[in-house]
Design a protein around this ligand. Structure first.
Ligand SMILES: *[C@@H]1O[C@H](CO)[C@@H](O)[C@H](O)[C@H]1NC(C)=O
Ligand SMILES: *[C@@H]1O[C@H](CO)[C@@H](O)[C@H](O)[C@H]1NC(C)=O
Ligand SMILES: *[C@@H]1O[C@H](CO)[C@@H](O)[C@H](O)[C@H]1NC(C)=O
Ligand SMILES: *[C@@H]1O[C@H](CO)[C@@H](O)[C@H](O)[C@H]1NC(C)=O
Ligand SMILES: *[C@@H]1O[C@H](CO)[C@@H](O)[C@H](O)[C@H]1NC(C)=O
Ligand SMILES: *[C@@H]1O[C@H](CO)[C@@H](O)[C@H](O)[C@H]1NC(C)=O
Length: 463
């Protein structure tokens, strides 16, 4: 199972029907741009790229969101700061461009050979050229997570086409964490910070599950506590149940926003704190194995039954969708995103070391390709010595949240004074890109203010 793919994508797997229409209310419409499937050699035909577009003042700037690994509507919904604050304030033309091979921008026939970041950047470049009302229109690109990696890559490759880039929570250096320790380490830290026993009690729960996996007489009880749609009949299903719980815990750390948010359905404000209060109730005053597991089941339900409509769960469901297949291809070729868990003292999760050799083999089995770890640092300059390789980069903001599990791969030091790294203290994944909220911490208000004043410098705006 390629579960890094699921981790990166999980926020975007559930489409929220009513939200999909929000772009109409915000004055956006859908436009399809037809571009070459192969920008470099030109021959195998065309691909249609979906874009959510708002036409602004012809004298205003052009703001572009470089779409990530999912339907573009998902990122439109996340990037509320761009949609509701910056766009209207600067009378900007704003385009959310879908990433090729995701959402509705799937080539026909489907041939993965043209799925790579270079081709995606060329889609954005060509669409930007078409959207600029005039040669002198200033352009700023925005992106978060993988989209943030892309917005930074865009400025690196095409400094002549845009004036600056905001790269929020983009784990451009994640591949350097070769054993994939960082993501689950930071997740654990988030639970530990609420109170240390929260992380230890969760770890107890995983130890109990490891043990129960070997004892089939516990499986009926487990099936009933975790409300599985079909009864557990093998130890590998108990291990899949562990992964399913780990996924929920990581999701809540990633989206530990200070207000209720529509990600993966509906998460409460501070879902990590809420989880820890549930764990607390189930693990005191006396510890009992089944009570500890009931606590974990309640916590997992925050994610998997947030809409209250789940009648039972399929933790070992391994069905895939197109976005997962496309992302799987990308992490099997140029993008390395190692992710594992190692147990105490590294993290609170069951031991699932990242195994490059079997990952490499599964890539060949699924797609007929092998990962190419050399290409990425050469292509964009995000080497361990990026301070040198990117010494001439300018006008990029790299922001990162101090509580975000993905901070492992975020830039912490700017290569020069024309690039800014902004730490958002207490911030979760993508917090600065989200629509301002009255519960925002001062750190994200400051981050947005700094970003906005840099954008004004880049676009030559004097208010
Ligand atoms: C946006 O347009 C309105 C109306 O044309 C104008 O009053 C305002 O100054 C413009 N804002 C900016 C930032 O240019
Ligand atoms: C949630 O936990 C964090 C510790 O990580 C703490 O700083 C914060 O105040 C808590 N929030 C609430 C609402 O309890
Ligand atoms: C999901 O939540 C609803 C409403 O709280 C509840 O009735 C239902 O039993 C829950 N589903 C599962 C599988 O626990
Ligand atoms: C999915 O799970 C089923 C049942 O556990 C298994 O038979 C099948 O091979 C799995 N498929 C993949 C793609 O792993
Ligand atoms: C992946 O496996 C293939 C075939 O065994 C091997 O040639 C290749 O070197 C492996 N890739 C890496 C990066 O180790
Ligand atoms: C590139 O960076 C170096 C070192 O900071 C500096 O001396 C040089 O002037 C820069 N070149 C350009 C074209 O900006």
């Amino acid at each position: 199972m390629i579960w890094p793919a699921i981790v990166f994508l999980r926020a975007f797997c559930t489409a929220n029907q009513p939200e999909e229409m929000l772009y109409l209310q915000a004055g956006y419409f859908i436009e399809h741009f037809t571009v070459p499937l192969d920008h470099i050699n030109g021959d195998p035909g065309l691909i249609s790229i979906k874009t959510l577009l708002h036409i602004g003042d012809p004298n205003g700037p052009l703001f572009v969101y470089t779409g990530n690994e999912g339907p573009i509507e998902d990122f439109f919904y996340i990037a509320g700061w761009l949609v509701y604050t910056l766009g209207p304030y600067y009378n900007a033309t704003v385009a959310f461009i879908e990433h090729r091979y995701y959402g509705d921008s799937i080539p026909n026939p489907l041939n993965y050979a043209y799925l790579n970041t270079d081709q995606a950047l060329l889609d954005y470049a060509q669409i930007i050229m078409q959207l600029k009302p005039s040669e002198s229109t200033p352009v700023v690109v925005f992106g978060g997570s993988y989209g943030g990696m892309l917005s930074a890559y865009f400025r690196i490759k095409f400094p002549h086409l845009i004036d600056g880039a905001i790269a929020s929570s983009g784990p451009v250096l994640e591949y350097l964490d070769k054993e994939g320790i960082g993501i689950m380490y930071q997740t654990t830290q988030d639970y530990f910070d609420v109170y240390p026993n929260c992380a230890f009690n969760i770890n107890d729960g995983f130890n109990i599950l490891d043990n129960f996996a070997q004892n089939s007489y516990t499986w009926n009880g487990l099936s009933s506590i975790f409300q599985t749609c079909t009864p557990i009949t093998s130890s590998s299903q108990v291990l899949a149940l562990e992964d399913w719980i780990s996924n929920a815990l990581e999701t809540m750390a990633q989206y530990n926003y200070p207000y209720p948010a529509q990600v993966m359905g509906y998460l409460p404000a501070f879902p990590v704190n809420v989880s820890c209060s549930i764990i607390g109730v189930y693990s005191t005053p006396v510890k009992n194995m089944w009570r500890t597991l009931q606590g974990l089941a309640k916590v997992a339900a925050l994610v998997y039954n947030s809409t209250g409509t789940a009648s039972c769960y399929n933790p070992w469901d391994n069905s895939t969708n197109q976005a997962m297949l496309s992302w799987g291809y990308q992490i099997c070729t140029e993008l390395m995103i190692p992710e594992g868990s190692y147990g105490v003292p590294y993290d609170m999760f069951p031991s699932r070391p990242y195994d490059f050799v079997s990952f490499n083999a599964s890539c060949y089995q699924t797609y007929g390709v092998y990962p190419n770890p050399e290409w990425y640092p050469i292509n964009y300059g995000f080497t361990p010595f990026y301070v040198n390789s990117l010494k001439n980069l300018s006008n990029v903001v790299f922001s990162w949240g101090s509580e975000d599990p993905w901070q492992t791969g975020c830039l912490k030091e700017a290569p020069n004074n024309n690039v800014r790294v902004i730490r958002i203290n207490g911030g979760a994944h993508l917090l600065d890109l989200r629509r301002p909220n009255r519960n925002d911490p001062q750190s994200v208000i400051n981050a947005r203010n700094s970003e906005q004043s840099l954008i004004e410098q880049w676009i030559g705006w004097s208010g």
